[in-house]
Write a protein that binds this ligand. Structure first.
Ligand code: NAP
Length: 290
């Protein structure tokens, strides 16, 4: 079994991006700039946004964090988004999900200028991605493609099972892996909560992408020998032995599945850091497209 080391790979990608920024600066050009909007004080969201901002600083990107009260109205949030759309210094921005219940996610995402939508959640980008046109690919599936490519894992003709059909992970992942592309040409099954006999599908899979958000769901007796495992899940589990009071668990029961897998992503240190690296890559892309 080999680890698909997302932490190491993401560091390599960030180093490549830092070199590009250094070249831009040596040409007296401004650096790319990413903004993040965070509504409320949810601990996990704050951690994710902070690590995105910190990564920007590390590679020489400009960054702006806009923190809004949990009680902010939808109209106020939409106004912040319009300002970011019109700000020439901001190349790309994200609105950290989930949003409070009184705010309509879809309305918010639709308001983002697709040219600055570095999360790739706007219908224009999603549609362009599905049609194999230039687009911002959502950062998590993009990170998984990059990880598979850099570890030279063959996907062509392979049976892939993606578990979870969310708009930000499972569904785009299933579309991308089924496309004619370097990491693609796979035969993809997209499973969800209504899927029957999931184990009969996962047992035939050469590659499994687990993105359902149930800690340690996929067990060793559900997979075949030699399977490649991509664990997207991140669940906080209470753990009093940790200083933080919790540990992070993936959607895969690591011990039993790793014993059969040829490659597997750890949690943490797998897909998570790749997601951040690809968000930065999308920001550089937005900068160049301007
Ligand atoms: P989500 O929107 O909650 O979607 C979960 C999906 O899993 C749904 O499609 C659901 O099916 C399916 N599902 C639920 N129970 C199932 C079961 N027993 N069997 C098969 N499918 C089942 O989740 P998400 O936003 O995609 O996130 C999934 C996980 O990835 C979470 O732990 C999240 O924290 C993590 N995540 C990690 C990253 C990263 O960077 N590493 C990025 C994003 C998300 P239905 O559609 O039928 O309800």
């Amino acid at each position: 079994m080999k680890l698909l080391d997302g932490k190491l790979t993401s560091e390599q990608i960030k180093e490549e991006l830092a070199q590009e920024v250094a070249i831009l600066k040596s040409q007296n050009k401004r650096a790319p700039h990413l903004a993040a909007v965070l509504v409320g004080t949810d601990g996990a969201s704050l951690t994710y946004v902070n690590s995105k901002v910190k990564s920007c600083e590390k590679i020489g990107f400009g960054s702006t964090l806009i923190q809004l009260e949990e009680t902010v109205s939808e109209n106020e949030l939409l106004k912040v988004i319009e300002d970011l759309n019109n700000n020439p210094v901001i190349d790309g921005f994200i609105v950290q999900l989930p949003l409070p219940k009184h705010i309509d996610d879809q309305k918010v995402l639709m308001t983002i200028n697709p040219d600055k939508d570095v999360d790739g959640f706007h219908p224009t980008n999603f549609g362009r991605m599905a049609l194999e046109l230039p687009a911002f690919i959502p950062a998590t599936p993009y990170g998984i493609l990059e990880l598979l490519e850099r570890y030279q894992i063959e996907t062509s003709g392979k049976n892939v099972v993606v578990i979870g059909r969310s708009h930000i992970v499972g569904r785009p992942m299933s579309i991308l892996l089924s496309q004619k592309r370097t990491v693609g040409d796979a035969t993809v099954t997209l499973a969800h909560s209504k899927t029957r006999n999931l184990t009969s599908l996962t047992k035939q899979a050469d590659i499994i992408v687990a993105a359902l958000g149930i800690a340690e769901f996929l067990k060793g007796d559900m997979v075949k020998d030699g399977v490649v495992i991509i664990d997207v899940g991140i669940t906080r589990i209470n753990d009093t032995s940790k200083k933080s009071g919790f540990r992070l668990a993936g959607d895969v029961h690591f011990e039993s599945v790793a014993a059969k897998a040829s490659y597997i992503t750890p949690v943490p240190g797998g897909v998570g850091p790749m997601t951040i690296a690809m968000l930065l890559k999308n920001t550089l892309l937005a900068y160049h497209r301007k």
